[in-house]
Design a protein around this ligand. Structure first.
Ligand code: OOG
Ligand code: NI
Length: 265
């Protein structure tokens, strides 16, 4: 992998494992000592001009990533794009954004109060992508957002970081099917996201996905420290298209369920 890409994903990983300690265990369990290849890494944001999807995408475009697909999640009020690099070892990138204007006036006011705390230049450097929450949020504002949009609340608490890494099952040495991966995870005590079934997708849509429910980690809210769902690990198996090339995209109906991996259990 290109040195600058490797460096960025290294920083993202270090930041991610601070709040997702179970990720180490996932690597031990599925890699058996061999390195894990990640299928993709996902990011979240609010669609406000200062911090919209394109502010994050710019750093991946600068590394040679290209926009390949777009996705709409109407009920969750989300829009997303995915990006690919010509290097097959470079993880794909999935970036979603919340359509803030579709939330209630109250929720919009809370989000604007957060984003107003962010300096314009924050998004200029790639380090922005693992900067965490660049604002102070109170426990009560977090709760107000949570009642309306779990995504809005997660974003307020955790901000800019990899929301999840995703094991590329096709590249595992010791596992072939997603069912085998899920069984190993459950036997090791992981709780899987069962929304819409443990396995999302099938060979017909050329993508099967599963994920753990997010770890819990402490957040310093402006009025005290609380433990809440942080980040999770996803598992993806891709199938060949008629031309023999593995399907490179995402599947809206499956992604819609993966978002729920940060729900409280
Ligand atoms: C993204 C959920 C969608 C996938 O692989 O379909 C996704 C998120 O939870 O932020 O990652
Ligand atoms: Ni994902």
């Amino acid at each position: 992998m290109q040195k600058d890409i490797e460096t960025l994903f290294g920083h993202l990983w270090d930041n991610y494992i601070q709040v997702t300690p179970s990720a180490h265990k996932v690597h031990q369990l599925l890699g058996g000592g061999a390195p894990i290849i990640n299928d993709h890494v996902a990011f979240r944001t609010y669609n406000l001009p200062k911090l919209g999807l394109e502010k994050l995408a710019a750093h991946f475009r600068a590394l040679g990533y290209e926009e390949k697909g777009e996705y709409v999640f109407k009920a969750k009020k989300l829009y997303a794009k995915h990006f690919e690099h010509s290097d097959p070892d470079a993880p794909k990138v999935f970036i979603s954004e919340l359509k803030v204007e579709e939330l209630s006036e109250g929720a919009q006011a809370i989000i604007h109060k957060l984003v107003d705390q962010v300096p314009d230049h924050l998004t200029d450097t790639p380090a922005f992508l693992y900067t965490g929450a660049p604002w102070q949020v109170s426990w009560s504002d977090y709760q107000t957002l949570l009642a309306e949009s779990e995504y809005a609340a997660w974003m307020a608490a955790w901000g800019y970081r990899a929301n999840h890494f995703t094991v590329n099952i096709n590249r595992l040495r010791d596992f072939e099917t997603i069912e085998e991966v899920n069984s190993a995870l459950k036997a090791a005590g992981f709780v899987l996201n069962t929304v819409g079934g443990e396995v999302k997708g099938d060979p017909q849509v050329m993508l099967e996905q599963s994920s753990t429910m997010a770890d819990k980690a402490e957040v310093a809210f402006s009025d005290g420290v609380r433990a809440i769902p942080s980040c999770f690990y996803e598992f993806a198996r891709r199938y060949p298209q008629p031309d023999g090339v593995l399907y490179p995209g995402f599947v809206e109906a499956s992604a819609d369920k993966i978002f729920e991996s940060t729900n409280a259990m």
